[in-house]
Write a protein that binds this ligand. Sequence first.
Ligand SMILES: C[S@@+](CC[C@H](N)C(=O)[O-])C[C@H]1O[C@@H](n2cnc3c(N)ncnc32)[C@H](O)[C@@H]1O
Length: 268
Amino acid sequence: MREPYIMESDDEETRLEIKTARSVVEEFAIRAGLGPGMRVVDAGCGPGITTSTLGGIAGPAGSALGFDLSEKRIQRAKAGYEDERTRFVVRDFRESLEGLGRFDFAWVRFALEYYKAECFDITRNIAELLEEGGILCLVDLDHNCLNHHGMSPRLEGALAAAMRQLEAKANFDPYAGRKLYSHLYTMGFRDITVAAGAHHLIYGELREADEYNWGKKLEVLSQKLKINLPGYAGPEEFREDFMTFFRNPGRFTYTPVIAAWGRKPPRS
Ligand SMILES: C[S@@+](CC[C@H](N)C(=O)[O-])C[C@H]1O[C@@H](n2cnc3c(N)ncnc32)[C@H](O)[C@@H]1O
């Protein structure tokens, strides 16, 4: 059976740690209303760096719980960040989350994009963890990996074809970001706010972290999925061509990141 998380690999904890900027997490979380004394839950928390950042904002009077499907990621999170106010557990957000506790703030970042078919049901399931009036903050990418200037038509065509196949074969959603508002609206959330920014804003010399992150993505996906890349003999040739484009300081790349948050309504 196909793994539900297509980026699963031996290096996934390291990839997530390298690419996570605490300041970006802090900015969105504080704008969404996370503050001292709150109980925060981080769904699909990865190796724990985001949970520890959110817990830092909640402060000594608050608490943070991170959960993730991956045992390995939770082990890394416990080793790196667990303390009396910051805990980690293995759980699957497609299943009942009963027993995890009640929370004032729930954070879901870069997780719904892996579940095109189930994204609304997952959001509703996570919302169950909130107290009435609690804040749900959803953060995801839109038009994911598809915004570049300076690519050859061959590379651009193959990349677009690859993303279409990831959607069809692997339940991946390159348009997860634009759906976040409607998840909150459909659930009747109050005071909904949406913010948009640029993620992967890449121009000039390529940073080591971006080279590692994008190189890893292509490596993991090409090993796992049989993707047809029109104009290329195979994934190796495509990867080399992409990385040549990507290392060129004259290229421009960005991905829109959307954050949507709102307050859980009282039960009717
Ligand atoms: C791209 S990472 C994002 C990690 C973190 N939220 C961040 O913003 O850096 C997606 C995470 O979701 C986790 N995940 C995937 N499917 C899951 C599921 N069904 N239940 C819980 N976590 C899941 C993965 O194991 C991975 O750690």
